[in-house]
Design a protein around this ligand. Structure first.
Ligand code: FE2
Length: 404
């Protein structure tokens, strides 16, 4: 059962005192997608990206309003939710935006206390604290609205629903049941894709709104600016964007925010917005691996559609990257250069080391959400050196869609 909590109960005040920093983030609890058909979406993400379809909440578990599938891989937890009635908010949002990210949820010590602090900081409530409780434990959730249709939920967990237990495959929350006898799960265990956790989550906002949302993350969630890029860093002859990266205090998660910048042709950010009801939203989730070559090879074998770069990219990349690494006294790229080229992986370096990355094409028919597969070898940045090559590749795709 669920109950709405009032915000001034003695228990909550007690908890506030206990946790000196209510906005201290413990983990990315989950990322929730709203999708048109969660059952079918679960197969797509399980088959192409190797997720376990771990738990289900639906009519069979007493969930009468929505069906949700918990997909897991490493420390990544995706919830795929579909509404079972035309009045369910997921149905309305799918109508407007297509499938996409609704909620980037954070585990905290006390969800009610985190929510109160965020609201005190000027955040707008998405929903008030709710306890989902049964004899096994309690999951408390509360949400604030960020850009567009996106929410950040705070989640605190106790009993059998603790994060430690969830990470070991324990029950996610009340009204979820474990999936039994699903052949794809066994296949995925035998053929792992190696995705470990959410490295960053990128938002696209309207032109002129980037600084507004940067300040929002500073004020409301008490994040700090991590990096910023302007349109000189990220532009081609035709299109441009500006980006600032916000990070939580412990760098648990980074949240770059993009806005379109003026160019001769349509920016990829504007294309996103136009196919997203002119509403800001999550553009991509970067999923971290320790072995880019293995992950990308396995994902390609499974049919993941990655962005293709012109082969000329590799004519210059090694000079650029390895000279940067030598200059700062770091080991040069240790992965097999020919194999990187065969797999179409991108490489970039900065003063701290290098990274390997690759971007999928959109994950649904609308050119909106996509994934990035990233491996860091010291570098904490986002592949700035690849922006130009990447944008040219993206423009080719936009052109194919008639959106340039
Ligand atoms: Fe990224």
């Amino acid at each position: 059962m669920s109950t709405t909590r009032t915000t001034d109960t003695p228990a909550t005040a007690e908890a506030s005192k206990r946790v000196s920093d209510p906005l201290q983030l413990i983990d990315v609890d989950h990322v929730r997608f709203y999708v048109g058909n969660a059952k079918q979406a679960a197969y797509f993400y399980a088959h192409t990206f190797g997720f376990q379809v771990d738990q289900i909440s639906d009519l069979t578990t007493g969930s009468r309003e929505e069906a949700t599938y918990l997909l897991t891989q490493g420390n990544i937890r995706l919830l795929l939710t579909t509404g079972l009635h035309d009045s369910h908010p997921a149905q309305h949002e799918v109508l407007k935006y297509g499938d996409g990210v609704k909620d980037v949820a954070m585990t905290v010590h006390d969800a009610a206390a985190a929510y109160e602090q965020a609201v005190r900081n000027g955040g707008e409530s998405a929903y008030e604290p709710i306890d989902f409780a049964d004899e096994h434990g309690v999951v408390t959730m509360a949400g604030i609205k960020t850009y567009g249709r996106v929410v950040h939920s705070f989640v605190s967990r106790s009993g059998d629903y603790s994060l430690t237990s969830v990470k070991k495959g324990g029950p996610f929350m009340p009204k979820f049941r474990k999936v039994e006898n699903f052949a794809l799960n066994d296949y995925n265990k035998k053929h792992p894709c190696g995705l470990k956790y959410v490295d960053h989550s990128v938002g696209n906002v309207e032109e002129g709104k980037m600084n507004h949302w940067v300040k929002w993350y500073e004020d409301v969630l008490e994040f700090k600016m991590f990096k910023h890029f302007d349109d000189k860093d990220i532009s081609t002859e035709y299109s441009a964007l500006m980006s600032k990266v916000m990070a939580s205090g412990n760098h648990l998660i980074k949240m770059p925010i993009n806005e379109p910048a003026e160019g001769k042709k349509k920016s990829q950010i504007l294309e996103y917005l136009e196919w997203h009801n002119m509403t800001p939203g999550v553009q991509h989730l970067a999923l971290r691996t320790d072995d880019e070559l293995h992950s990308v090879a396995e994902l390609r074998r499974r049919g993941v559609d990655f962005l293709m770069l012109p082969d000329t990219y590799y004519d210059i990349v090694w000079d650029r990257v390895n000279s940067m690494l030598k200059k700062h006294g770091h080991e040069t790229v240790r992965e097999d250069h020919d194999r990187i080229r065969e797999l179409g992986i991108l490489v970039d370096a900065d003063d701290e080391g290098y990274l390997l990355q690759l971007f999928t094409k959109p994950l649904q028919d609308r050119p909106t959400l996509f994934f990035e597969i990233i491996c860091r070898r010291g570098s904490q940045s986002f592949g700035k050196g690849n922006f130009k090559a990447l944008f040219e590749a993206l423009e080719l795709e936009q052109d194919k869609r008639g959106n340039l």
